[in-house]
Design a protein around this ligand. Structure first.
Ligand code: 0RA
Length: 397
């Protein structure tokens, strides 16, 4: 109730201030001289975002605030998934602004047609809602997933955003205020680096708080590093000092073992029944599948499933396929192979999941999500996952 009241209050204030801004810009002729049809279209798109931020990032509270970081990082992870980046560095600054740097290809800088006008592609990516679609490639994209609203949404909800691109030997820069360019997109130097830097300060007129929580960011960034083995993700918090080093608080997440290390992490402090997690990985029918599991001596189940790095809290096809295969394999082994179960005896799904810690991660193009919170994978891949797990767990092989 309180949240809703706060939000509707913000909604009204935002609506008023947006109208005021638009009038001012019209009077000024904009920050960059002329307002073209295209810049107006772009502005209208991002005004919709500022008017109803929750529609794009879920909330204007802590969740939404942290989502801004995930949105930018997801774009960097996409570069990693496409094989062009292996490092992402995230920094929380004193003023709660955030910097995300990756060593990917860099956002494209060439001029492109946008509604009959030529604009640098990067400016379109940063100022046009859903511009990402214009650059669609065939690979799995995190940013095509759950929220996947694009970096322009982050721009629209930021008081200030500074973009720097290192591409083809040159440095390119542009700055924005509330999603509106405050400088032209320009070449500012030469470089041997490759990649993208996004520095943004969340707009305090949008969010109920702009104070970032280190542990919240660390948890998701660690998870992303588990889910994308070999990818290095760092988190630096300039607001806090490490007592030992006297430097800013810092963590590096890199897991060559991928989700096998995730499962070990989830089992920390528990008594595992076998030393190493069971790990399997394959690509079949265009679906990349990765599964790790390890039993402990407890009775509870912790199975986490992901599709394109998105935590599918309500499971779905990938989880169903895994569960079916696990139950069948254990029952087959118990009766036919090991003779531990009588003809009439069988273990239920619940039985075989006692003490189970597992991570099921699939990557596929155009994942279908369903349900109220889009937390369930609805793509037709249960059979593919089931056949894969049956085969890899088969004790007779
Ligand atoms: C549009 C197209 C391409 C890459 C990107 C955007 C991109 C966005 C971000 C945001 C943070 N880091 C990023 N890295 C890349 C495709 C690139 C191409 O085809 O050259």
């Amino acid at each position: 109730m309180k949240e809703a009241a706060i939000r509707s209050q913000e909604f009204v204030e935002e609506k008023q201030s947006s109208a005021k801004e638009t009038k001012q810009k019209k009077a000024n002729g904009g920050s960059n001289g002329e307002y073209t049809a295209d810049s107006i279209k772009a502005l209208e798109g991002l005004e919709a975002v500022r008017l109803r931020p929750a529609m794009y990032i879920g909330s204007t509270g802590e969740m939404g605030l942290h989502h801004l970081v995930y949105e930018v990082v997801d774009n960097s992870v996409d570069e990693a998934l496409a094989g062009h980046a292996d490092r992402i560095d995230v920094t929380i600054h004193i003023d709660n602004s955030i910097t995300v740097v990756d060593n990917g290809r860099g956002i494209p800088v060439d001029d492109m047609e946008y509604h009959g006008e030529k604009l640098p592609a990067a400016q379109v990516v940063l100022t046009v809602l859903h511009a990402g679609g214009k650059f669609d490639s065939s690979t799995y994209k995190v940013s095509g997933g759950l929220h996947g609203v694009g970096v322009s949404v982050v721009n629209g909800l930021s008081h200030q955003l500074d973009l720097e691109i290192w591409r083809d030997g040159f440095v390119w820069e542009q700055a924005y205020t509330k999603g509106v360019p405050s400088t032209t997109f320009k070449k500012t130097g030469t470089t041997k680096k490759r990649g993208t830097k996004v520095h943004f300060l969340p707009d305090k007129d949008i969010f109920t708080t702009i104070e970032y929580n280190y542990d919240t960011l660390a948890q998701r960034l660690r998870e992303l590093a588990f889910l994308n083995k070999g990818l290095t993700i760092t988190l630096t918090d300039e607001r806090a000092t490490d007592a030992k080093t006297g430097e800013a608080k810092h963590a590096e997440f890199k897991y060559t073992g991928g989700i096998a290390e995730f499962v070990k992490h989830l089992n920390r402090g528990k008594q595992a029944l076998h030393d190493r997690p069971i790990y399997m990985e394959a690509e079949r029918d265009g679906v990349e599948m990765e599964i790790a599991l390890q039993y402990n001596d407890g009775y509870s189940e912790s199975v986490f499933s992901f599709a394109n790095n998105i935590n599918t809290v309500d499971g779905g096809a990938h989880l169903s396929g895994f569960r079916t295969a696990l139950t069948r394999t254990i029952n087959y082994a118990g009766s036919k192979q090991l003779g531990l179960l009588k003809e009439s005896e069988s273990l239920s799904g619940d039985d075989v999941r006692e003490g189970l810690v597992a991570v099921v991660s699939v990557k596929l193009s155009q994942p279908q999500f369903e349900g109220q919170t889009k937390g369930k994978l609805n793509s037709d891949i249960a059979g593919t996952v089931q056949a894969f797990v049956n085969e890899r767990l088969d004790l007779s092989r």
